[in-house]
Design a protein around this ligand. Sequence first.
Ligand SMILES: Cc1ncc(COP(=O)(O)O)c(C=O)c1O
Length: 403
Amino acid sequence: MSEKFDELKDRTSKSVMNTYGRYPLALARGKGCLLYDLDGREYLDLLAGIAVTNLGHCHPEVTQAMCAQASELVHVSNLFYQEPQVALAEALIATWRPGRAFFCNSGAEANEGAIKLARRYMRKVKNQDRYEIITLTGSFHGRTLATLTATGQDKVKEGFDPLPQGFATVEAGNLEAMRAAVTDKTAAVLLEAVQGEGGVKPFPADYLKGVQALCREKGVLFMVDEIQTGMCRTGKWWAHQNYGLEPDVITIAKGLANGLPMGAVLATEEVAGGFEPGSHATTFGGGPVVAAAACRVLEIMNRDRMPERAARMGDFAKALFEDVSADNPGKIAQVRGLGLMIGIDLASDIPGGGQKVWEELVKRGFILNLTQGTVLRLLPPLTIEQEDLRRFAQALGDVLSEQ
Ligand SMILES: Cc1ncc(COP(=O)(O)O)c(C=O)c1O
């Protein structure tokens, strides 16, 4: 590593709280699918800031929208009407089903808002004392106290008790366990259609449809966390649309403003009635600059048919990785995913473990993530080209053949 990197790492360790296991890389610049470190070395970005810069880094049209809005009006609070926010709500609803949006600043805040909305809808609209939220093992819903309680992984909860009440976690993929867990206190089920942090795990369509049907039967809200899967990544605007599902609520963040912090809750008209003035708020939510950027993102995604592109490129990538798997018997347990949300699950006995493979790929100039110890997680910009994917598949094959 260079002196510049060592110096930055040292300053970080002295001034920033030690909450992240950071990659041995300091990035200075990005353009499209490429990133450059402090010394100008180029990397192919297959992570997009964890499914955020879906249109690539510094997309000129999004940058233009941000800059234009930044010289017009930056912040007024939600005490006032402003056009960019309304335009964004209308554009988002057009990708989903009739309903309403609430804007916030992150994924955790979107899920927090959805949890509050579910409880309040049950109390105020349905007049029922239902408050419990059911989530799945292996899920990830955020790091606030409520959303880490909702998250079905113990590692995020350690040392934070007492945790908020009113949450239950059931075994993912087990419909009978879900049926047994639903009570007259259940307000909502919240799940990811493809678990991201949990290891890029899509659920069978039957299971997801079964959960939705159970929710309808029991008068429980069906809420889908689209924070990682959304914004065209899985080949549809929203992952649940791949299964013909109609959730009552979805949560969005990450790619919404292509890198500016923004989250949203979309709910049907009826469920949105759970909120009224004063029941939920956030100072920065849906501010003009982020909303203008997100409006431009939606425009571009519609214009450039981004869902179809993600589906096509995802199929192309998976076929390449299946070939790598066939050429390296016993090294890859499974290639899975939906659209451009892809997990390459390495064999558990691969020499040096997943960490070694991941390190080798980073050394060769590829940025991606390792989750659950063995899963190489690819969440590239949706603008990625076939040639980029070929280049990565070649490097993966080289690294695996050397292990
Ligand atoms: C499915 C899912 N939900 C919620 C979150 C939390 O989002 P944020 O980090 O913006 O709070 C994430 C983040 O990785 C996520 O993948």
